[in-house]
Structure formats: C-alpha cells, structure tokens
Design a protein around this ligand. Structure first.
Ligand SMILES: Nc1nc2c(ncn2[C@@H]2O[C@H](COP(=O)(O)OP(=O)(O)OP(=O)(O)O)[C@@H](O)[C@H]2O)c(=O)[nH]1
Length: 332
C-alpha cells in the first residue's frame, strides 16, 4: 500500500550557514513540488527569514525558541494543525504534500526527528523524508573544531549541502569534504552557490580530514543566545556602519550572526553578517509584516546582552535611555 502520510523535509545547519538562501532558490525552481508548506523556526523573536521565503503554498513561523528544545511543543502543535487541516480535505481537493521545516541555526535536527517520531499523533500522519543540512564552506571547519552542535547537525544529515563554495579556497574545501566524510560517511554531499546547485569537483586524492578533538558539551563559554537591539529613531547610518564594523572586527568570533531589516533612506534594507562576513545590502520590498523593522538581532556569546545596545547608543552620542537590548526569553 502507498504511504499517504505527509512528507517532511527537515532543513538544518549552523547559524548563517545558508539555509534560507538555499531554500528560497529551491522553492523558486519547484524542487519540493507545488503543494509545499514551509515552517520556519528562528531562535530570535524578531524573525527575518519569513520575509525572504516567498514561493511556498503557505508558511508558518515559529519564532522565539529553538524547536529542538524550548520551542518543541510549539512545533508539535503547528505540525499537528497542518496534519489536521490536510485530513479534513477530501481526496479531490488539493492536499498538502510536503512540509519543509527550516530549523533555527541552534537546532539539533536529530532531536527534532526524535520529537516527531515520539509524538503519538504525528507519527501516524507524517513521515520524515530527508534531513538536509547546509554546511558553510567558509566557516564549517572552524565550527566543527569547537562547536559540538555543529558536529551533531552534520551527523544527523541524510544530505549535506555545501554552501558558499564560490568564496572558499579549494584546499580548505577539500579538507572540509574529507572531514565531513569522517563525521558522516552516509550522507550524500552536494554544493550550492546562493541556493543554486553546482557540481563539486572530484575530491583530490591527497585531501585529508581536519583532526577533530573530542569536545565537552559544556566548555565554560556559555550558551549562544539572541539579543535584540532597537535602532534609535533618526540614527546616523554611517556612524552605525562604523560601529558594526568595529564590533565585528573586535568580536566577530563571539558574534556568530547578526540580522535584521532596517529602514534606511534607500529603503528597507536586509542587514546580515555571519561571523566577520558582511553580506552586500539587499533591498526588500515594502510589503509583509513591517512591524519588526528596525530591530537587529545579534546572536552570540561572551558579552552581556545589555552592553550591545549601550555601546551603540554611546557610539552614536545618545543618552543611555531605556534599555534597548535584552536577552530573549525562551532562547536555547
Ligand atoms: N558567497 C555566498 N554567500 C552565501 C551563499 N549562501 C548564503 N550566503 C550568504 O550567507 C549569509 C547567511 O545566509 P542565510 O541563507 O540567511 O543563512 P541561514 O542559515 O538561513 O541563517 P540563520 O537562519 O540565521 O541561521 C547571507 O549573507 C547569504 O547571502 C553562497 O552560496 N555564497
């Protein structure tokens, strides 16, 4: 008998690894079919990814908690609702065929699969088709060396999509591929540039994996958490850019990810960085939920959340008014 359960694809990968960019393109070219619903989970309460993911049949946003831990119940509820909607449709109606769940960059996809399989309702209605993990060719070797989560994400994958290969040195790419083969020899490996599939060259025979030492789950550095900073009204943009560059220069290794949609004289600007790499500006259309504009989310560790907003205001010569930065509740 054919399995009529709803298919679920889990798309994971470390903070800023290129999940949304990849998914955006794959939806555009119809890689997941037409009747696909996207569920986006972001660690921060001020999400950005939903503004980018047009092209799906529908979208559910789960923000403010990672769905492998703090946001697990919310994810289960959302998936149950989608199953319920689907089962109420008759066989002749257009029924949802697939869900793609883009996890937050702090999620362990393995824990999500386990949660779905342990749910007495979902297990009868959903089958996990594939776990795809985006691997940032520029930063993955450094992440795998120090972050247990990065390793768990790779280990959980059925398919590894190497992103940013356009910006990566060939020798480092070969070393990364050899390292991934050690961590997860079962996953298929492909590459994509800005979401579009590209061919990988044959792996050089002399490619050697990086030596990965065993990592303790708790190494005293504390958890990676999101902090939101409200942009002061009428802010001087050149001063802000200067402040951000200085911050990334000094703390780019602690500050894993920065993103937000900000209003500038040129329009709504998508601002994002991954470690010290700043994306060239992208102007977003004047549509969608714009209530979250002008709040930037900083995701990292090793600083006090309140210091970010304070430092920005001081740099801009503004009084240290009401607290403009706070640690987000429910963050993993
Ligand atoms: N050069 C280059 N940059 C890329 C590529 N894919 C993604 N990026 C950039 O990497 C940054 C992060 O990409 P996203 O797609 O937002 O990453 P993400 O994994 O969804 O991020 P989080 O949801 O915050 O974890 C953006 O600035 C992208 O433009 C690529 O193939 N090449």
């Amino acid at each position: 008998m054919t399995d009529t359960r709803l298919r679920l694809v889990i798309l994971g990968g470390y903070l800023g690894s290129g999940k949304t960019t990849w998914l955006r393109h794959q939806l555009h070219v119809g890689a997941f079919g037409l009747r696909v619903h996207v569920v986006v989970n972001e660690a921060a309460e001020v999400p950005v990814d939903d503004a980018l993911l047009a092209g799906a049949d529908g979208m559910t946003l789960l923000s403010g908690g990672c769905c492998c831990c703090a946001g697990r119940d919310e994810m289960i509820d959302a998936l149950r609702r989608l199953c319920d909607l689907r089962s109420r449709k008759s066989a002749v109606e257009v029924r949802l065929e697939r869900i793609v769940l883009e996890t937050s960059g702090l999620a362990d996809p393995g824990a999500i699969v386990a949660a779905i399989q342990a749910d007495p309702v979902l297990v009868n209605h959903i089958v996990v088709d594939e776990t795809i993990v985006a691997v940032d060719a520029l930063h993955a070797l450094a992440q795998l060396a120090t972050e247990p989560l990065g390793r768990r994400q790779v280990e959980a994958a059925d398919r590894l999509v190497l992103t940013k290969t356009d910006a990566c040195d060939p020798a480092a790419l070969a070393c990364l591929r050899a390292t991934l083969a050690v961590l997860n020899g079962h996953a298929t490996v492909s590459a994509a540039v800005l979401g579009e599939d590209v061919a990988l060259p044959p792996l050089p025979e002399d490619a050697r994996p990086a030596a990965l030492i065993a990592l303790a789950e708790e190494d005293g550095r504390g958890p990676i958490t999101p902090t939101q900073v409200a942009i002061p009204e009428g802010m001087d943009w050149s001063a802000f850019t200067l402040w951000l560059s200085a911050l990334l220069h000094a703390r780019g290794n602690d500050l894993v990810r920065v993103k937000g949609v900000v209003r500038t004289p040129a329009g709504r600007l998508l601002l994002q960085t991954v470690r010290k790499v700043v994306q060239s500006p992208e102007i977003l259309p004047e549509q969608g939920d714009m209530r979250r504009d002008d709040v930037i989310v900083f995701i990292g560790r090793g600083y006090r959340p309140e210091d970010l907003g304070r430092s920005l205001r001081r740099f801009l010569g503004l009084p240290a008014a009401a607290p403009s930065a706070m640690a987000l509740e429910g963050s993993p």
